[in-house]
Design a protein around this ligand. Structure first.
Ligand code: KG4
Ligand code: ZN
Length: 338
């Protein structure tokens, strides 16, 4: 069985091929030009996807040594994401599926992330606790099978990745925020500033907007960003990063303690963070759990996870018709009740 996966939900165009259970290609083209604007510009993103999608599909087919007609299933991200960007990949996939008369599977981007650990050699074992930390979402889930995903909690405001991006901009480190903050934090003192970690009534929910405001206030108290020297910026980055990771690990620990699971998987762009990895390793070894964090290629947005999710949906009897519409935001309840 050959599956083509297409991902265009934000600032990465990606095309992947899964051929007989093996990943034959996972090409990712990142739109670095957004850094000139301090964040993703939706219209420019759509145009860039449109320019690159066809050559990228051709390269993925070449790399996999297959022809278009060899494909059995064509899949694409349908949401959540930037609507114009989603439209490019989804419409392209639907067009291919119509012209080649192949099955079509629309994939939820977050579900793609949830099962991205299965692209690794060491895979999660069901049931597992999954922490999704991407640019737009922070979710804590209990995953019992490919069709049973239960939400334990989510962020009540900003996503963890969003907090990294906003704080990075605020302290002058720019876009993309996560990697920039991590790099600066390596040279900083995480104990210099005691940024707050939100206390919430719901045990598995997160909140990062207070933390972001605390960084803003701190910068203002110093007289603005121009008055802060480089070492001080590194210390702010390290203190902020430490607070975000503490909040994530706290909730993860609670979930691990309360559910009888075999594995833990941390997925999405923020899962690339080295401090989060280090703390998660300590936690999982304490509880004797298998920890699966995808490699960098599969943490960020990629089509391999889309093709893999399409495969699991297809194997559970799910395909979609060509009227399937893209959706900008996550209906947290719809993707849980397959
Ligand atoms: O999953 P993803 O690639 O895109 C979305 O679906 O949103 O996640 C992107 C997010 C961005 O907010 C980015 O700043 C964050 O992941 N990120 C990181 C790191 N690398 C990427 N955050 C913290 N540390 C990193 N090393
Ligand atoms: Zn993502």
């Amino acid at each position: 069985m050959i599956i083509l996966g297409i991902e265009t939900s934000c600032d990465e165009t990606s095309v992947a091929v899964i051929k007989n259970d093996l990943l034959a290609a996972n090409l990712i083209s990142s739109q670095y030009f957004h850094k000139n604007y301090g964040g993703v510009v939706p219209e420019l993103s759509s145009r860039a996807h449109l320019q690159i999608i066809n050559p990228l599909v051709k390269s993925a087919l070449e790399k996999s040594s297959i022809q278009l007609d060899d494909i059995d299933i064509i899949s694409a991200t349908a949401g959540p994401g930037l609507i114009g960007a989603l439209l490019v990949g989804l419409t392209y996939a639907k067009g291919l599926s119509l012209s080649l008369n192949k099955k079509f599977v629309a994939v939820n981007h977050i579900e793609g992330h949830i099962f991205s650990g299965f692209l690794m050699k060491e895979k999660p074992e069901f049931p597992f606790i999954c922490l999704v930390v991407s640019g737009g979402h922070t979710l804590l889930l209990l995953v019992k099978s490919f069709t049973e995903i239960y939400k334990l909690g989510s962020t009540v405001d900003d996503a963890a990745g969003e907090a990294f991006d906003k704080v990075s901009k605020l302290i002058g480190l720019g876009y993309p925020g996560g990697p920039k903050i991590q790099k600066a934090a390596e040279k900083g003192d995480p104990n210099r500033i005691n940024f707050p970690i939100a206390e919430l009534k719901e045990p598995y929910n997160f909140s990062f907007s207070g933390l972001k405001t605390a960084v803003l206030r701190y910068v203002q108290q110093q007289g603005g960003i121009q008055k802060i020297d480089e070492q001080h910026i590194f210390d702010i980055a390290a203190s902020f990063q430490s607070a975000v990771i503490k909040a994530l690990i706290q909730k993860l620990k609670k979930a691990i303690g309360n559910f009888d699971v075999k594995s833990v998987s941390i997925v999405g762009g923020v899962a690339a963070n080295s401090l989060l990895k280090e703390k998660a390793e300590q936690l999982s070894s304490k509880y004797n759990l298998k920890l699966v964090i995808p490699s960098l290629e599969f943490c960020g947005d990629n089509a391999a996870m889309i093709a893999f999710r399409a495969k699991t949906l297809f194997e559970n009897g799910i395909t979609h018709d060509l009227n399937y519409k893209p959706y900008p935001s996550l209906d947290e309840n719809s993707f849980l009740s397959l």
